[in-house]
Design a protein around this ligand. Structure first.
Ligand code: ASP
Length: 450
């Protein structure tokens, strides 16, 4: 059995929904289908979820909301009409939206989630109706009935442990189950959503609960590529990648799956297969626990901008037991998380995301580091990019870091930080932001073309 999750671009219009239903009909093991809300039809278009957020905002601001409401109703009606579905479905969707819009909105976060969830919920009804119309026995499954219970953190929910037992029972349902992604219910019965892009999380939870053979994640790319395809023409498509490699690359900017989505499937060791709705013949990329083949030393290359390095030094720092704990406590007291911490004998670098280090916190932290810990020198280096090479095979290969550093030095790029991840599956180079894309392209040439 497979879980097949389809993203917004796969459901953006009637043609895309036809492709989705062909894919479902093609393989009997595709028994549970998870859908997102209809996404963008073209680059200038707006996703249904964004239309819904706008609708909720207008209502919460006590403004007239008819235009925003009908932008959503019309979007669904247009798809239903193109799929030649019964009029009653369009009426159902419209009355569902009106019911949500007129519900209590004294708690804005709760109201926002109720409205946001309408995209996935109605898309699931629409796909079910279309499958029925082409002679497939399909059933829409309400997440409440299925027992998809989540924490009451609106817009940022997490799965509750009992959900897995509840969902296990859904495999008894006959026919194809169409399950709306992105939301569930609190134990009080309120609709609550995952963070944006959270239909991936729904799919992963279902995959883990049902212990399926594979979690198919259908999107609009042929594969996960070894480098951001905006930087290189025809980049190398990865056939296989491990969860750990994917996690490292996601940290530095790979955004194929929602970050939290891998965890339920990972814990059960279920392979996640990224596939293209627009090109189902393409082999896609499989994310696995352990790889069988390594095609090269490096699996992928990624980079992210917007980091700051706070470098602290004090003579005989290494003699003081617990010194690092005291440093980190000061950052923690101010609620500033650190990303990396390369250290020397008498110096230590705390690498932070610039967005987490506003001026007021910076002033307080620096003052405390000086007064409480007597730190002699504090150098702050801004506009830093972290460039990363990732690959499980690196741990057993001699000379990968040397090759990468050599490549960057030939390119004339100064390395401010070198940090080999403790798991030995990644090496991070801290460089000036303006060289980030150039460095990525040079590293790609070194490891994938040369
Ligand atoms: N529709 C939601 C979003 O746009 C969730 C998803 O597509 O996964 O964020």
């Amino acid at each position: 059995m497979k879980i097949s999750k389809f993203g917004g671009s796969s459901l953006a219009n009637a043609d895309q929904i036809r492709k989705v239903c062909d894919i479902i009909s093609d393989d009997h093991s595709r028994k549970v289908v998870v859908v997102s809300a209809p996404g963008k039809r073209n680059p200038g278009d707006t996703k249904v979820t964004d239309l819904l957020i706008r609708l909720a905002e207008v209502i919460l601001a006590d403004k007239d909301h008819q235009k925003e409401l009908y932008s959503v109703v019309d979007r669904f009606n247009g798809i239903a009409a193109d799929l030649e579905l019964d009029q009653y479905l369009m009426e159902d969707i419209e009355s569902d939206l009106k019911r949500r819009v007129s519900s209590d909105h004294t708690d804005p976060a709760r109201f926002m989630d109720l409205i946001k969830a309408a995209g996935e919920d109605n898309c699931a009804r629409l796909v079910t109706a279309y499958l029925f119309s082409i002679g497939k026995y399909a059933r829409y499954l309400d997440p409440k009935e299925a027992g998809m219970f989540l924490t009451d953190e609106f817009g940022n929910a997490q799965v509750l442990p009992e959900t897995y037992d509840n969902l296990r029972k859904i495999s008894d349902h006959p026919g194809i189950i169409v399950f709306p992604g992105f939301f569930g219910y609190t134990l009080n019965g309120d609709v609550v959503t995952f963070p944006r892009g959270g239909s991936d999380i729904t799919g992963s939870i279902l995959a883990a609960a049902l212990e399926v053979d594979v979690y198919e994640n259908w999107t609009d790319v042929d594969a996960v590529y070894a480098i951001n395809p905006e930087l290189v023409r025809n980049p190398y498509p990865m056939k296989e990648i491990t969860y750990d490699e994917m996690r490292e690359l996601a940290y530095a900017g790979f955004s194929v799956l929602h970050e939290e989505a891998l965890s339920p499937a990972y814990r059960k060791g279920i392979p996640v297969h990224i596939r293209n709705t627009n090109n189902p013949r393409s082999p896609g990329t499989v994310i696995v626990k352990k790889r069988k083949n390594y095609e090269g030393m490096v699996t992928g290359i990624a980079g992210a901008k917007g980091f700051i390095d706070v470098n602290l030094s004090r003579y005989l720092m290494n003699r003081e037991v617990g010194f690092v704990v005291k440093v980190l406590k000061i950052f923690a007291d101010e609620g500033v998380p650190f990303e990396h911490m390369p250290s020397g004998i008498d110096s230590i670098s705390i690498v932070l995301k610039a967005s987490q280090f506003p001026e007021d916190k910076e002033t307080r932290i620096i003052e405390r580091l000086k007064s409480e810990l007597d730190i002699e020198t504090i150098n702050i280096s801004r506009n830093l990019a972290l460039v990363m090479i990732v690959g499980e095979a690196m741990a057993k290969t001699v000379g990968v870091t040397a090759r990468a550093a050599g490549c960057l030095s030939r390119a004339g790029i100064n390395l401010e930080i070198i940090d080999q991840g403790a798991s030995e599956i990644s090496v991070i180079f801290g460089i000036r932001e303006e060289y980030c894309d150039y460095a990525l392209k040079e590293l790609y040439k070194e490891f994938f073309i040369n």
